[in-house]
Ligand binder design. Sequence first.
Ligand code: AMP
Length: 294
Amino acid sequence: MNLNVISNPQAAYAQIAHWRQAGQTVGLVPTMGALHAGHISLVEQARQACDRVVTTIFVNPTQFGPNEDFSKYPRTLEGDLELLRGAKADMVFTPANDDMYPPGSSTYVLPPKVSLPLEGEFRPGHFQGVATIVLKLFHLLPASVAYFGQKDYQQCQVIKQMVDELNVPMRIEICPTVRESDGLAMSSRNRYLSAPQRQSALCLWKALQIAQSLYAAGRHSIGEIEQQMRETLLSQGAQRVDYARIVDRETLLAPSEDTDAVVALIAVHVGTTRLIDNLLLEPLGAQYSVLHTP
Ligand code: AMP
């Protein structure tokens, strides 16, 4: 089966509608390209579970702030197509900007309130852009299930809630974060890092592991653990910490008496590159599996 590369929205819709009418399940993997093993792990999970696998490659302008890296975001289409062929994807949708945002577009999704803390504070408008493009893609590509990476934990919560609250007929699957062998979460932005910055970038994983061990030890307050994370990040190579927080896994707010489980989330600047990572923290004795290497 060859990889079908489609840029035309009507053609993409028709292909998926055809598969669905024939009773086939379709798995959707939205991406911004510059694909790596993390993206491919989503394609592989879709391949295992669904009859057809569709990926999208679109660098979505509305989720970038005015001083962010939209224009220099890596665009590596030929290499991406090779990786998708290797992973046996059936189709990739590569729309033009004007097809996703007809000139003069002014309609946006107001994302749910889980979008407000953390990334919401440091990247105002980001999740409005994410929710808008994801809903557009869900309309154009009416798949059975869509796959997202836990690497972007808050994004997963925003999309899950949006789909629930806007009655979108799409199942959302969250897949584990794929890491390099030394723990660095794979990211298209890692290619911005120089060799010394690549070393410094390990501070995220170190801080998350410290958070896990302090949390499991059970002798420290959330505030103390957050302080330890921050100190680790700054002493191990981060220039600036946007946040290093431990919050409720559902609300992404400070844990309360209703909190069942927590997640540690980090955003830092290494050189001029902004990196994020997270880890579901487990109490002492809980089984936890965090390393998922390709
Ligand atoms: P992006 O191209 O950065 O928008 O990412 C597209 C999808 O791949 C999103 O659902 C991401 O969460 C997911 N993703 C990115 N990096 C990883 C990773 N290291 N492991 C698993 N999924 C990832």
